[in-house]
Ligand binder design. Structure first.
Ligand SMILES: Cc1cc2nc3c(=O)[nH]c(=O)nc-3n(C[C@H](O)[C@H](O)[C@H](O)COP(=O)(O)O)c2cc1C
Length: 163
């Protein structure tokens, strides 16, 4: 059975809740990035989660997480990214953190999986949108919470097919 690790940063609990839903669907382990060690990045599929704070920045706990990543070779590993944001209040930087995490993972040698078409979202501007796709799963629990369970379930299927 595939080894799936979820590492997430979450300030008010929204991304943490998504991480736990994903973990349950995928039979994976979810851990706060603040508690992660280098071995936690060793998985068949590594799923990295961050909400977006400031103006398009990573959630605070990822400062240490990025330092860990900078010392890790992800060559040959599959990585997927997810996180929550606010597509109305921050329409110019919606879920930017996904883009930051994805770029870092690719820089470290990973193959990115789990891109999601950017349709059905209110936001139009995001560093996480590339060629019409979010680089991962963007969730908006502030304005579109009712869609979150279905978005997570659909993404879990995409990831299972990508392993
Ligand atoms: C001060 C502040 C700044 C924020 N900046 C952004 C932003 O730039 N982009 C975005 O999509 N969401 C932004 N948000 C919304 C949060 O990402 C959103 O509330 C998210 O669900 C929090 O997730 P967490 O509880 O996992 O940390 C911001 C929220 C606050 C309070």
């Amino acid at each position: 059975m595939a080894n799936i690790h979820i590492l997430y940063g979450s300030t008010t609990g929204a991304t943490e809740a998504a991480a736990q839903q994903l973990a349950a669907l995928l039979g994976a382990e979810a851990k706060p990035i603040a508690a992660a060690s280098p071995e936690d990045f060793e998985a068949d599929l590594l799923i990295l989660g961050s909400s977006t704070w400031g103006y398009g920045e990573l959630q605070d706990d990822w400062a240490a997480g990025i330092a860990l990543l900078d010392a890790i070779d992800l060559s040959g590993r599959k990585v997927a990214v997810f996180g929550t944001g606010d597509s109305v209040g921050f329409a110019d930087t919606f879920a930017n953190a996904l883009g930051i995490l994805a770029d870092k993972a690719v820089e470290r040698g990973a193959t990115l999986v789990g891109q999601v078409p950017a349709v059905g979202y209110a936001a139009v501007e995001s560093f996480a949108v590339r060629d019409g796709n979010f680089v991962g799963l963007a969730l908006d629990d502030t304005n579109e919470a009712e869609q979150t369970p279905d978005r997570i379930a659909a993404w879990a299927k995409v990831l299972q097919a990508a392993i």
